[in-house]
Design a binder for this molecule. Structure first.
Ligand code: IMP
Length: 435
């Protein structure tokens, strides 16, 4: 197989950016298929740190092609900002390298306003029972809603002023009614959206196209295609901890619809597992550690959102969550990240099962009402205190780290393929070749 999919097995922030960047060295084409700029990758390359939200991290490698698939929702300002920031640091971004699907949906200003309004108290009474998700506030959910209700604007519409104006006008009818009557925020005008469109089209037109033929050609010719997932399996719209999820299919299955790939063309599925767990936003988190031990883990792992800067909730590794993701995504091997963070944090635990109503269960329940009643059942590990950043083979690791990794492999339902022992590209133990 010549394609590799990288998917998160937890609640996102598994360190996918570094792994994707590493695999990109061998890839010809890197494809994003879902999510938007709610994602964020921090990449450390030499002395430079890059934070990318939308453009596949493969762009940092000259000569590789990057596709933003139809399943992605695109904030044009963010995309333009990333292109310009990369160019200002000497990274070439041209239309031969980057294609944005003409069918990808546009995140409009009213989507962001709606996302923010839904996450805030109402100005008047009657808001009892409203659910706050703790979204990234980037307009992701409202953009996917409009896609599903056939009211969305696609990237192609940016190139057609009349169609853009007609569709935006119709969308504003509903949005402005909600803004003024329910949320108490100002209505938006069509002229301001039309002005934005003109600016976006001027900068993005060369990048907008049908991303599929290049993908099909690459698959047909046996080239190396890397699918870059965003968020993680527990944030999947269907199989995650609904309603505390994102609005897209984050599983490997989302690759097909989100890019136009046939199921048989998805080869290796690499499941990203942070050596512990983190979550941003609301929702159940069975292995969460609160208090000073949780704070110490957050500081050791620098667990603050790349996108929002929010402190992430931290906890023990949850093998039940990872095992469930492995089943959902058909994970063929695991990439364990940030193992170095656990050095010096004392004894470690991995949740091997949950106890629910007196019985042990091996998979995450589908409904959060059940998940909230689950108690993790842990296995204990001695841990390790050595600096492991120079390990390049499993045998270079101290005994405590090896035992922990054996536990990960045994409990998570897939073999280890890669272990990251530091933020740099080279600080990695590679156990198999992926392409
Ligand atoms: P949204 O995707 O902005 O709608 O946010 C929905 C939920 O997904 C919130 O709990 C967010 O914190 C979470 N989320 C979205 N994107 C990411 C990500 O890339 N990493 C971690 N959490 C995310």
């Amino acid at each position: 197989m010549t394609s590799v999919a990288v998917v998160g097995t937890q609640w996102g922030d598994e360190g996918k950016g570094k792994v994707v960047d590493l695999l990109t060295e061998e890839a010809d084409l890197v494809v994003r298929f879902q999510g938007g700029n709610n994602a964020g990758h921090t990449l450390v390359v030499g002395a430079e740190t890059y934070a990318l939200h939308l453009i596949p991290s493969g762009i940092l490698h000259p000569g590789k092609a990057a596709l933003i698939g139809n399943g992605v929702v695109v904030d044009p300002d963010v995309l333009i900002g990333e292109i310009e920031a990369l160019r200002s640091r000497g990274v070439e971004v041209n239309p031969r390298q980057l294609t944005v699907s003409a069918s990808a949906h546009v995140i409009m200003p009213y989507h962001k306003a709606l996302d923010a309004a839904r996450e805030s108290p109402l100005p008047g009474p009657g808001g009892e029972g409203r659910v706050f998700i703790g979204t990234t506030g980037r307009g992701i959910g409202p953009a996917y809603e409009d896609k599903a209700s056939r009211q969305g604007l696609r990237m192609r519409d940016l190139l057609d002023p009349a169609a853009f104006a007609a569709r935006a006008k119709a969308a504003l009818l509903e949005k402005n009614a909600l803004f003024t009557a329910l949320y108490g925020i100002p209505a938006m005008g069509l002229p301001e959206l039309e002005a934005l469109r003109a600016g976006w089209a001027a900068k993005l037109a060369p990048f907008i196209g049908d991303a599929r033929p290049a993908l099909w050609k690459a698959v047909r010719e046996g080239r190396h295609v890397l699918f870059e997932g965003a968020q993680g399996a527990q944030l999947d719209i269907d199989h995650g901890t609904y309603p505390y999820v994102t609005s897209s299919t984050t599983l490997s299955g989302g690759i097909c619809g989100g890019s136009g790939t046939a199921p048989r063309d998805i080869g290796t599925v690499l499941g990203l597992v942070k050596a512990y767990t983190s979550r941003v936003g609301e929702g159940p988190f069975p292995t969460e550690i609160t208090g000073p031990a949780g704070d110490a883990l957050r500081e050791a792992g620098r667990e603050y959102g790349t996108t929002t800067g929010r402190p992430r909730r931290c906890g023990h590794l949850d093998a039940v969550a990872v095992r469930t993701a492995a089943a959902l995504c058909g994970i063929t091997s695991l990439a364990v990240t940030k193992l170095d963070v656990l050095s010096g944090l004392g004894p470690l635990k991995i949740a091997r099962a949950y106890r629910l109503d007196g019985s042990e269960i091996d998979f995450m329940p589908q409904d959060i009402r059940d998940l909230e009643r689950c108690e993790p059942v842990y296995w204990d590990y001695a841990g390790f205190a050595e600096d492991i950043s120079r390990a390049r083979l499993i045998t270079d690791l101290p005994k405590g780290a090896r035992e922990y990794l054996e536990g990960v492999e045994e409990l998570c339902g897939a073999p280890l393929g890669l272990v990251s022992v530091g933020p740099e590209r080279g600080e990695t133990i590679i156990l198999e070749s992926f392409f």
